[in-house]
Design a protein around this ligand. Structure first.
Ligand SMILES: [Zn+2]
Length: 422
């Protein structure tokens, strides 16, 4: 900042944008288990070294093999994130990544930004961005401070990318949610890869209302890993669920462009649907869960059955709940006949063919679901309540994606009730 004087004749706007992330207290730290720690030989004490790759300049005391692994993970992440936003990383991201502060001497630490070092000592990370605005031109440069663990370098690098490419990271819920999505992103994989303990936390809590996530005036960056978990959950859902993903990217780009966009303007007309799918996600999420395959069918029309009519639905094994087209009446018996073969895992050589228990149903009424219940492969069942019947093959939510095959399900009124119906 010593050369600011040379810009005196120009309108100058200098902004310091601080984004803290991954601020996990050490005792609640959530390890990602990606690193294989190796002790450096005693005769070569670890010390900070500079590692460079196409998009990164990383000064770190990590052992060389781990530093190279980190660079590879960062390059993979930046490739995915910049492809998603459709904008390249404009300049290498400078990072200080700390494995063990005892490997850094005082004079080295003294050259670094104290707030960055302090944030890392507290178990998190900090991205410091400086934006130079001259007329309508803007340029942002970011420097990252991060502990080596918990995916903090990847999380902060997402902030740095957004800051440099867009001059902003958007509102806190979006900035932090997307930094976590970027941190966990695996190429060609739509499944949930977040740390299981984050998922356990989300499932153990009363669902946080959506508006408390997207519209909380008290929220701050770096507030708590619990708040980060909720922001991740919402951004992951909107990013991968087929009902919302198309609007999510334009919303994100508008937020990054500093336009006056917000969550409710974009999704207000779908608020009941999002609320319902958000609750479903929180109830069923586990490692491997696929929001795309669980996307709810809001389009198919349902009908009550009369006398000789029947409805038919094809239920894929590799999807979540699917519309049966049948609207149930509580207490009424229905005949169900399912044909076809499904495999409930890749290694499943024996196809399940007409086994009782393979097909389960739920009834939806007013955006609420009944308890799931088994449907007979060839038999009758009684409707537990009024509402629309949805079906799926029984399998853990985390392994729906590796299923194959489908069942053709025919639903009708049983013979005796037909004859009894005038
Ligand atoms: Zn962050």
């Amino acid at each position: 900042m010593a050369h600011i004087g040379s810009w005196k004749r120009l309108f100058l706007f200098l902004m310091l944008l601080l984004l803290a992330g991954g601020a996990l207290a050490p005792e609640t730290a959530i390890a990602q288990g990606r690193r294989s720690r190796r002790t450096a030989p005693a005769d070569t004490p670890p010390e900070p070294r500079l590692y460079t790759s196409r998009n990164f300049k990383v000064m770190t005391d990590l052992p060389p093999n781990e530093a190279e692994e980190l660079l590879q993970r960062l390059e993979t992440m930046i490739k995915l994130v910049s492809a998603y936003f459709g904008r390249p990383n404009v300049q290498p991201i400078e990072m200080f990544v700390f494995d063990d502060f005892s490997h850094w001497n005082e004079s080295q630490l003294a050259q670094l930004a104290p707030e960055g070092v302090a944030m890392v000592r507290g178990g998190g990370g900090l991205t410091m961005s400086t934006t130079l605005r001259v007329g309508t031109d803007m340029a942002t440069r970011s420097i990252v401070y991060a502990g080596a663990d918990h995916g903090t370098p990847q999380h902060e690098a997402v902030h740095a990318y957004c800051s440099q490419a867009f001059n902003t990271c958007g509102p806190v819920w979006y900035a932090e949610g997307m930094a976590e999505v970027g941190n966990y992103w695996v190429e060609n994989d739509k499944s949930v890869t977040a740390d299981p303990r984050i998922l356990e936390y989300l499932k153990s809590q009363d669902p946080r209302p959506l508006n408390d996530i997207v519209n909380n005036p008290l929220e701050t960056t770096g507030d708590s890993w619990q708040n980060y978990a909720w922001r991740w959950a919402l951004c992951h859902l909107l990013g991968f669920n087929e009902n919302y993903t198309k609007r999510f990217k334009p919303l994100g780009l508008a937020l990054l462009a500093g336009q006056d966009a917000n969550f409710w303007e974009v999704y207000g007309s779908q608020s009941h649907e999002i609320e319902f799918e958000y609750l479903q996600f929180l109830e069923n999420v586990e490692p491997g869960y696929r929001c795309d395959l669980a996307s709810w069918d809001w389009k198919t029309k349902f009908q009550m059955l009369r006398a000789d009519a029947q409805v038919q639905a094809v239920i894929r094994a590799d999807r979540g709940w699917q519309a049966s087209r049948l609207r149930l009446k509580a207490g009424t018996s229905y005949a169900c006949k399912a044909t076809g073969k499904v495999k409930l895992s890749k290694d499943d050589t024996e196809s399940t063919d007409g086994n009782d228990g393979a097909l389960i149903g739920v009834v939806m009424q007013d955006y609420k679901l009944s308890e799931p219940f088994e449907l007979p492969v060839d038999g009758t069942f009684e409707a537990p309540l009024d509402g629309d019947l949805f079906l799926r093959c029984r399998d853990a939510w985390g392994s729906v994606g590796d299923n194959s095959g489908k069942l053709t399900v025919r639903l009708s009124l049983p013979e005796e009730s037909k004859t009894a119906t005038p």
